[in-house]
Design a protein. Structure first.
Length: 206
């Protein structure tokens, strides 16, 4: 979250931990969504992207550091608008709608549904917008990183986890570095700082 170009949050704190005592400094800039961030990385207009799952498509244009946390993507619903589902397939086969983020990766299973059920996925640029739509019952479910979901669930009395689906996707999370502006040697240095600060990063995201 940010105001007047000063950004705060767990991911920013992670960068502070990783880059402390490193030969690099960083500046956080706000972009509308993950898809835009990857485009900027691809063309070398920004150097670093955070909270990234590895995919072969991304690896064509960016380097991935060592993992600095585990991401668990969970499914959320409105307490006053429950549905009887046991898995992701039930959602789409029942004609229900899901809120998702532009450019985010939700695992191989969800990638298949993205192609077959385009009209049932409502893409938004921010978690706050997704949970607003869910709170107003304009979508049936929202998929979100459990860290972010926990934050919004505390603020919205009608929001809750779908408990019978353990997770939508669970993945190791990395920094992405643009191949246009960052060398493999520099990526190795950053990865070493991630390894050296693993205990602090684990405590941050616990």
């Amino acid at each position: 979250m940010g105001m007047s170009d000063i950004f705060k949050g767990t991911e920013v704190e992670a960068l502070n931990i990783i880059f402390k005592d490193s030969p690099f400094c960083f500046k956080v800039e706000l972009l509308p969504n993950s898809k835009r961030a990857f485009t900027e990385l691809k063309h070398g207009r920004i150097d670093i992207g955070w909270a990234a799952s590895y995919t072969d498509a991304r690896a064509e244009y960016v380097y991935f550091t060592d993992s600095y946390r585990t991401e668990v993507m969970r499914l959320y619903e409105n307490k006053s608008n429950p549905h009887n589902i046991k898995n992701l397939a039930d959602i789409f086969e029942q004609g229900l709608t899901v809120g998702a983020n532009f450019g985010s990766y939700y695992g191989k299973e969800f990638e298949q549904y993205k192609k077959r059920y385009k009209k049932q996925i409502e893409y938004t640029s921010s978690a706050s917008k997704r949970f607003e739509l869910l709170n107003k019952k304009r979508i049936d479910f929202a998929i979100e990183d459990s860290l972010v979901g926990a934050f919004f669930s505390k603020r919205g009395a009608n929001l809750q986890l779908v408990d019978n689906i353990k997770f939508v996707n669970k993945d190791q999370i990395h920094l992405m570095l643009s191949k246009k502006t960052v060398s493999a040697e520099e990526v190795a240095i950053i990865s070493q700082h991630i390894k050296s600060n693993k205990a602090a990063l684990d405590a941050l995201f616990k």
